[in-house]
Design a protein around this ligand. Structure first.
Ligand code: SF4
Length: 222
């Protein structure tokens, strides 16, 4: 592929995103939740596991511990038992109990609505904060997870696509510069869903991919 100018990359990126908008018209958060607090907890639990697995434990967890006051006062061993299937259950139980206490102590029992405040909570990084901002509060956020990193690299939407250790914060900054803020949350959802359905980590389905006319990585995976 001849070297693209920045303008050409921008135009290709938006043409490819239009295709994703058509094939994924109404992307939704795959985690089940009823309140911002529940989404926050579910997102912390989702590290290194699937949303399906998280959704299998949260009904039990939220039945008795669905608010920060209740979870802050919970017996850690009971929480570990409930969330055991999601893996890293000791660290995750510690994080969700601790962050509940922080919300009670530092934020009057209410999940804060800024990146700066959310990232003071135990186990909450920019990705989790962006999930909560975008999906619970309707505040533009662009969560960068493993699918977003992979897709933006294969599609060469980001300038450091060759990097073997790309920086999620740099990706967030670069990609959000190219899109309107009210599109950020759905952009992330669509990349994640497309990564799960078609552009898999090991065997992307390039032959049947609707982006294979323009994707610079099409057919490079054997
Ligand atoms: S053509 Fe292949 S590498 Fe490119 S987006 Fe589609 S599945 Fe992924």
């Amino acid at each position: 592929m001849p070297r693209e100018t920045k303008k050409q990359r921008f135009e290709r990126m938006h043409a490819e995103y239009e295709v994703l908008r058509e094939i994924i018209p109404e992307p939704e958060c795959a985690l089940d939740f009823e309140t911002p607090f529940q989404l926050l907890v579910a997102t912390v639990l989702s590290a290194q596991t699937t949303d399906v697995r998280v959704n299998s434990v949260t009904p039990t967890l939220f039945k008795d511990y669905g608010t920060p006051d209740k979870l802050a006062a919970a017996n850690p061993e009971r929480i570990e038992d409930i969330i055991h299937p999601v893996g890293f259950y000791r660290a995750k139980a510690d994080h969700i109990i601790t962050l509940s206490g922080q919300i009670m102590r530092d934020f009057d029992g209410v999940v804060p609505k800024t990146m700066e405040e959310l990232t003071t909570l135990a186990g909450v990084g920019r990705k989790t904060a962006n999930v909560v901002l975008g999906n619970a509060f309707g505040i533009p956020g662009f969560p960068v997870d493993t699918h977003v990193i992979r897709l933006t690299g294969r599609l060469r939407w980001r300038s450091d696509w060759r990097s073997t250790h790309p920086d999620p914060v740099k990706i967030e900054k670069e990609i959000t510069d190219y899109f309107e803020p009210d599109e950020w949350t759905n952009l992330s959802h669509r990349l994640i869903l497309f990564g799960r359905s078609t552009c898999h980590a090991r065997r992307p389905e390039c032959a049947d991919c609707p982006l294979n006319d323009t994707c610079p990585s099409a057919g490079m995976f054997g």
